[in-house]
Unconditional design. Structure first.
Lengths: 428, 387
């Protein structure tokens, strides 16, 4: 079994490399080819049922991406983003550090409430990027700020999906996570935004975009009411959970989009914006579908199990040492599936060795959020680059994240290693 | 037609073929009628909707098999398929329906409490759609399901699930997990209404003992065990002492801070004594080879054997694996052990004892599960129920 599955793993990787380098296929098609190669190598030939099943694994995420982007694109087309940026910068622009920290909270809130970093990018990313540009920050650094804050927003309480999913699989109550998740997110968020945002760009082409002009008919009501509706619906579901119907985030954003459109009927051609949104998101939606198929194939052939085994079979010191690699890579390869494939067995292993699960899981969540910039999926990384309009190479964007990335990694890893000493943070 | 349009048309047709051919298998699985033969002890078949009318016509209107004893006594509710991927619980419940005969007291058995979950698959899980148990008359085929309610029956999920009535926040997917939705809500989600119906059954029939049959990973400490809240702990502990002579078993306390679980809420919201049994199922572990029927039924896996050699597992595990007859046998034997202790315990009111004849661990180990499954074609149509 070990030899067979190892060979399938090798053949899968080779299939991906050949598809990309020899046949010049896109990342998405190369991943699909690799998944199909894995299936054939595992003796499953063309498993149509598994392809169909895997392709819908992340359909909820795809719907959220579409409806949230449509919502923001309507606001943007109506001039709402320009209005919001102008309002923030005219009030706080001269207090650079204060403005940066305020923008940090604008990025953190959507992800903290929904558990989704991509929602932070889609809802706040565009406006925050524009505001940062007016402060003379380079596009490369803007992309890094938006991505890292979006990642931290997904870790932030009250909703951290990685922690919740691992808790669900390990029968650990999702309680007591407020401080272990909240304190590092705030400290690391402030460091990130100040480290990347305080220095002005020296590059001539990048320097200070002037504040956008705003049409007189763009008003606070037209801009803010759609956001109030979206956040109102999300918060109402928490305040009155047993009285509110379950709408789900896709419908919440769809309602927000309709409200935004109705408030700006004269300025927005709904069909054009919807069509542009589909075109804009096509590569990302394709990735989500293909990732589901590939994970299904890796499970079908035992590759997923081998990866999971390889992680937990290491001695504890080696597990700790490799966490900065294994955890983000699992996220890059499997999305939230990483929490199930590696997180659950890891927490059980830790638990039996006396590691405090709540603190360890909080530390792991910090590491998981970094993986959203890593291939093959790199979903939030790519979404960020697209949203902020960064035209440089993807590698240069990742490079700009380096210093906060290292600090987040150190904090996350130390939280796992010193979980018992930090257990005072858990207040139940 | 330009080459680009032609290319797109070809891709669209290919996608449609995948969708139709691949989707057909999933459609057939969802609608596969699973036969259950009514055994000598079954006196009537009810539905969950008899206890909560809004469930009528829904996928979760599960069958409730009632086996009334020759003498009056207590009542026991047996739940299988809370998590439909934990198949030993379902098979143990079906073996009881087809073989058990109560002497004293009444049995209420629900093999598919999460019937909706049994009609779904786990995307990216690559599970087999069915599993077949060999018998003397051929094989009996069963649906392999997902852990949670099928999204075709309950969707969308919220971004966070808030448990009713305790208000605890849980992962969004748990809103479709039967064993996070106890004690249920009459106007809640399908999953909450299902547990509410079962709670109504417990209350209306004066059920004394509720037994929820599960399976767990070998990497998970809560396996090979009985989970019980404080009120059931003495019975569980005494049963464990006796059962310990037959196989490894221990008791685990039901955590008071973790809401929605049957072993917590059934006891808190009714007079019944809840117990949850966990048998070891290697198929559920993450570090395994392909998720095949063989792994599901034989429970032999090289990755887990290697993990066992490194001391990572919480149960003894060798090349003999964890075959289905061992897991079903454990459940039945543990159930008989718990009921035996119930009869002796101070918790059992006079006249509420429960006694039954049922295959036990040794019967299953010696003869296999197939020996206790009846042939649906050998009995009249009124003796077969499709679940």
């Amino acid at each position: 079994m070990f030899l067979k599955v190892s060979l399938i793993t090798a053949v899968t990787v080779v299939g991906y490399i050949i598809a990309q380098s020899r046949f010049k296929l896109s990342v998405e098609l190369s991943m699909l080819v690799a998944g199909l190669v894995a299936a054939v190598a595992g003796g499953n030939w063309l498993p149509l049922r598994h392809i169909a099943e895997g392709s819908v694994a992340y359909i909820d995420l795809a719907l959220i991406f579409f409806t949230a982007t449509l919502f923001m694109n309507i606001i943007k087309t109506a001039g709402g983003l320009d209005y919001a940026v102008r309002a923030i910068m005219t009030r706080f622009g001269k207090l650079r550090a204060v403005a940066l920290i305020l923008l940090m909270f604008i990025m953190l809130i959507p992800g903290a409430i929904t558990g989704s970093g991509s929602v932070s990018v889609l809802v706040s990313g565009g406006a925050v990027a524009l505001a940062l540009a007016t402060m003379g920050i380079s596009r490369q650094r803007i992309a890094a700020i938006v991505f890292l804050l979006a990642g931290l927003s997904a870790v932030a309480p009250p909703v951290s999906v990685w922690a919740m999913m691992t808790c669900a699989g390990t029968a650990i109550p999702y309680v007591g996570f407020e401080l272990p998740l909240g304190i590092p997110v705030l400290v690391l968020g402030i460091f990130t935004v100040l480290w990347l945002g305080l220095p002005r760009s020296e590059s001539v082409g990048d320097v200070a975009v002037s504040l956008p002009k705003v049409d007189p008919d763009v008003t606070a009501v037209r801009t803010l009411v759609p956001f109030v509706v979206v956040f109102g619906l999300v918060i109402a579901a928490r305040v009155w959970p047993f009285d509110m119907p379950i709408l789900g985030l896709p419908l919440v954003f769809a309602i927000g989009a309709i409200v935004a459109y109705l408030l700006n009927v004269k300025k927005v051609n709904f069909l054009n914006v919807a069509t542009d949104t589909v075109t804009q998101l096509l590569p990302l939606l394709t990735t989500i579908i293909v990732i589901g198929i590939v994970i299904q194939m890796l499970t079908l052939t035992g590759v997923r199990g081998l990866v999971s085994y390889a992680v937990i079979a290491m001695p504890l010191w080696l597990i700790f040492s490799l966490l900065p690699i294994t955890i983000p890579v699992s996220e890059g390869a499997l999305g939230f599936g990483g929490a199930a494939v590696i997180g659950i067995p890891l927490i059980w292993t830790f638990n039996s060795m006396g590691v405090h699960p709540t603190i360890a899981l909080s530390g792991l969540s910090l590491l998981w959020c970094l993986g959203d910039a890593l291939p093959p999926s790199a979903i939030i990384g790519r979404l960020t680059v697209q949203t902020v309009g960064y035209k440089g190479s993807y590698g240069s964007f990742v490079k700009a994240c380096a210093v906060p990335w290292v600090l987040i990694t150190i904090v996350g890893t130390l939280m796992v290693v010193f979980s018992r000493e930090l257990s005072f943070l858990v207040r139940v | 037609m330009s080459r680009q349009v032609l290319g797109k048309a070809i891709i669209a047709v290919l996608a449609l073929i995948v969708l139709v051919v691949g989707g057909k298998e999933l459609y057939d699985h969802r609608h596969y009628p699973e036969p259950v033969v009514l055994g000598p002890g079954v006196t009537r078949v009810e539905s969950l909707s008899d206890y909560h009318a809004p469930l009528k016509g829904t996928t979760n209107d599960a069958k409730v098999y009632v086996l009334e004893g020759q003498e009056e006594g207590g009542g026991v509710l047996v739940l299988g398929g809370t998590h439909p991927g934990e198949v030993a619980g379902i098979l143990a419940a079906i073996v009881m329906v087809e073989n058990a005969v109560p002497i004293k007291g009444d049995l209420y058995i629900i093999p598919h409490i999460s019937r909706s979950g049994s009609t779904g698959t786990q995307p990216t899980g690559a599970f087999p759609l069915y599993y077949e148990i060999e018998t003397e008359f051929g094989s009996r085929k069963f649906r392999m399901g997902d852990r949670v309610t099928n999204p075709l029956d309950q969707w969308p999920d919220p971004d966070v699930f808030i448990h009713y009535p305790e208000g605890q926040s849980l992962s969004y997917v748990e809103i479709r997990n039967i064993n996070r939705c106890w004690p249920g809500r009459p106007d809640g989600t399908l999953t909450e209404q299902t547990t509410y119906a079962a709670m109504q059954l417990v209350r209306e029939k004066g059920i004394n003992v509720v037994i929820d049959l599960h399976e767990a990973e070998l990497l998970y400490p809560v396996t090979n065990c009985i989970v019980a809240p404080t009120k059931s702990a003495t019975i569980a502990a005494l049963a464990q002492i006796n059962l310990g002579m037959d196989f490894d078993i221990h008791t685990e306390p039901s955590p008071s801070g973790y809401r929605g679980l049957s072993h917590r809420e059934v006891g808190d919201y009714s007079d019944a004594y809840p117990f949850l049994f966990e048998a070891p199922e290697p198929f559920l572990d993450q570090p395994t080879g392909p998720k095949t029927q063989e792994l599901l039924l034989e429970g032999v896996d090289e990755f887990l054997l290697a993990a066992g050699r490194k001391g990572l597992l919480f149960v003894e595990y060798d090349e003999t694996g964890k075959p289905i007859e061992l897991r079903v046998g454990r459940h039945l034997h543990t159930l008989l052990g718990v009921l035996s202790e119930w009869n002796w315990s101070s918790a059992c009111p006079p006249g509420r004892e429960i006694e039954l004849e049922c295959p036990d661990y040794y019967d299953l180990i010696e003869n296999g599960v197939g020996a206790f499954l009846r042939d649906p074609d050998a009995v009249g149509p009124d003796q077969v129920v499709f679940d």
